[in-house]
Design a protein around this ligand. Sequence first.
Ligand code: HEM
Length: 370
Amino acid sequence: MPIFPAVDPIPLPAPVWLLKLLHIVTLSLHFVAVEMLLGGLLLAVLLSLFRRSPLALLTARAVARRLTVVMTFVINLAVPPLLFSQVLYGRALYTSSVLIGLYWISIIGILMLTYWLLYRFTARLEAGRSAWWVGLTAWLLAGSVARLLSTNMTLMLRPEVWQKMYSSSAMGAYLPTGDPTLTPRWLLMMTGGLFIGGLWLVYLAGRSTFTAEEKKFVAGLGGKVAAGFGLVYLAAGFWAASVQPEAVKLGLASDPLYRFAGFAGYGWLVLVVVAVLVGAVAGFGKVSAGWLGWTGALVVVLTEIMFVVYRDGVRDLTLLSKGYNVWDRVVVTNWGVVGLFLVLFVVGLGVMGWLVSVVARATKTMEGAA
Ligand code: HEM
């Protein structure tokens, strides 16, 4: 019996390389937003515990106010990569999604609860009330969504366990066990949150809505967190790569693109080290200059692109070793539709740029203002 379900008879409407390119770009942006949410929220929760420190509370409020907006980016930037990965990997991804169906569908409810808690967390901070437990609950829920996503993204690579799981329960009520790649992969995303959350603070410290004293505090704290957790993130990256099957490791080391993106070609590695240095300069020198924040932001986006390319290699090579070749599809490109899509894509980016410029030009209130 074939290990993967039969391929859809409808051909792909666009070349595989184009779908992959769009997938990598949009997923990288999803990951930037996810890391800001996971890291920014935890930092805000921890800072809110220092109720006697006006600077800590001000920073917690400044981050919390932005988190509900970040959440909209997490979700909106998640839909495009979901669609692209379903088109490219549907036979594997739909199967794994059905196998953990109850948990998979529960993500919608968990997300709504998280979103509501984020608003409550911000409102309680603004009112000067104790808020840490509300924020912590939201963080735990967001972390569990991350865990479910890692579970599905690794289960889709293990067709050998699907049959047994389905025989145990056709209700989608079991979570898979025994995959050594799952926890390192999830922890890589979780530690990346504090790393990128720290750099986000360095970026915020460059905003004119903070006073000079506040800027020093925010840059100093964010920079130290980024530098410290950058190193933890590096260690988690090595761990996640080291637990991959040998065939996958060999493929990653011999393919020029994955060599460049990952460790052997130092793409991801160099970028994380640069980001750690940015954090160290901001953290120990208490430098809040705008250019430093922008450098950190640029490095973060590039780091996520490298990470997503490498991660894509892990998926393609794992599936290939089990007989699933993502490039092996019938393509009948509908250039009219592809052209229309690309035009709308660019227009959409333009509208987002315009929205950001409107926000940037709006009258600013100081972070400390009531
Ligand atoms: C609190 C909200 C969310 C968090 C914390 C989160 C976190 C994550 C994490 C950690 C991963 C990487 C999993 C791995 O490969 O190990 C991931 C991937 C992904 N997420 Fe999100 N996510 C969130 C919301 C969403 C939503 C709402 C959607 C769908 C509409 C979504 C779609 C995806 C997709 C499609 C991928 C993987 C794409 C691929 O590999 O092709 N995420 N997310």
